[in-house]
Write a new protein. Sequence first.
Length: 323
Amino acid sequence: MFARTSTVLTIGVATLGLLATTAGAAPTYAVIATVPVGLTPMQVAVAPSGAVTYATNSGANSVSVIDTATNAVTATVPVGGGPTGIAVTPNGARVFVVNTADRSVSVIDTATNTVAATIPVGEFALAVAVSADGAHAYVTNGVESTVFVIDTATNTVTATVPVGAFPIQLATNGTHVYVTNSSDNTVTVIDTATTSVVDTIPVASHPSAVTATNDRAYVRSGAEMSVIDATTNTVTATFGVDGTMGGAAVTADGHTLYVVDSEGGAVTVFDPGTNAEVTSLAVGDSAGGVAVSADGAKAYATSQNDNTIATLTRAPGDATPPR
């Protein structure tokens, strides 16, 4: 079912897929390598520098630290029970990990790859995203239909924001948080400056994955993607996607959208300028979620049964900006 661009994944038994992208007339894509990781990685996040990727291993209660230059795991960090959501602060100093089984968030110090703090949160906490200024982390709590707001300086919960019924995933951009409410078919928009709900947007049934730039948010509801104008908070387009489950991630420049086809074990690439499918790439059995690097040069996708990372490259091509 279950990217600033946030990362979103489905729950399952896992593989990570790394998708390398470059800018430049029709890009071509290929799988070039696989990297072993821990048992059941759920979500993945990329350090702002692009040098390191972090993956939650739900089946091993750990986080894999991956060197993106060598495609090798360089450390494994023990965290709480059933880790799922993961996000890195803009300065790369901390990684926030949601431990769904423990109803907690582990805070990893990236300098030492150790847990520096553990923060209690609510029941069925699943996803986390960090604000553009790094001051706050936001965690969905499905059973309580809220979002917990964490002060990243003190590692304490400073606010609880009521949202729609059974929030699953969320994404941040420069000014707002977008929360998918799976049981009432809406997206809640939270202003990060005031920590208040500023809009509720109807979308298709059972929204799950969400990813955002400063101009648009993309919300997956099964086999349909809704495009939300970030200025008007209205759905301006919808288009079909492969499969019914899996994550989504859009590059910060808005030129490339990746959508996971969990059932097909693939990542589908879309052109946000036309909302047309560009290609589909196999990344392993029961694919899960996807994240992109800050510069858009690489993307990382998880699958659920191979416990590896598939590395994909994109040959240079013209990136068409959204219209």
